[in-house]
Design a protein around this ligand. Structure first.
Ligand SMILES: [Fe+2]
Ligand SMILES: [Fe+2]
Length: 233
């Protein structure tokens, strides 16, 4: 058993300690964002994996990476980092990828009927994510930034923040379910023999969307929101 990683620690805490661990969890299909409060030991048992093997992989990732969560020391900076690295990415990527998904479904839909379901699922995901990030930037994040300055929140602001965080976390569950369905529909983003460049590009970009969104949701569910809520107590 690896001596430096405690299997009883929660997945979200482990990734908060060392963001390089996210890569390992992604590769093993372990949900560290919406499922971030589950312990490493439980997640391994559920996935039929040996804890010791997973700890070895985590140690390898630790020695390869720089182990730092970059660029933030306050909740305001973390919220800004989320907007910069995730919301900005989504605003560019979602419309482009939606056009690509539509094109691939149109060209290859007869040979690969599941692409039509990919198109529907993606369109719903893109619409929901776009509304979601606007909500965060218009309501929750400004209150969190105010909270961060030490200025007392009004009763209405406190109530709004509690309600918003509940709603945003429920949205995250829905997003995670849609990403999982996309992964299933594409057979884990597997490239078919007859795939053209656009088809391959679509699969690569869907896989990157899933990775980026897992880190995005982790930073909100397991770091930003709990730290904001602890300041409300
Ligand atoms: Fe967000
Ligand atoms: Fe979010």
């Amino acid at each position: 058993m690896n001596a430096t990683i405690d299997p009883e620690r929660q997945l979200g805490q482990l990734v908060e300690d060392n963001p390089d661990f996210a890569r390992v969890f992604e590769s093993l299909d372990i949900d560290y964002c919406c499922g971030g409060t589950v312990s490493l030991a439980t997640a391994c048992a559920d996935a039929g994996l040996e804890v010791a093997d997973v700890c070895d992989r985590l140690e390898a990732a630790r020695s390869e990476g720089d182990g730092r969560e970059r660029g933030w020391e306050s909740l305001t900076q973390l919220a800004n980092l989320i907007v910069w690295e995730h919301h900005r990415y989504l605003r560019t990527e979602l419309p482009e990828l939606e056009a690509l998904v539509e094109k691939v479904a149109r060209v290859h839909g007869d040979a690969h009927p599941s692409l039509r379901k990919v198109e529907t699922e993606f369109r719903d995901l893109a619409a929901e994510l776009s509304t979601h990030i606007d909500d965060e930037e218009q309501t929750a994040f400004p209150i969190i930034k105010k909270l961060d300055t030490g200025v007392e929140l009004t009763v209405a602001e406190r109530e709004t923040l509690w309600e918003e965080i509940d709603q945003l976390e429920a949205d995250h569950d829905e997003t995670a379910a849609r990403l999982e369905r996309l992964e299933e529909l594409t057979d884990g983003y597997a490239v078919p023999d007859d795939a053209c460049t656009s088809y391959r590009s679509m699969l690569d970009r869907l896989a990157e969307l899933e990775r980026n969104t897992h880190m995005h949701v982790h930073r909100e569910n397991n770091v930003l929101f709990p730290k904001a809520e602890s300041k409300l107590d």
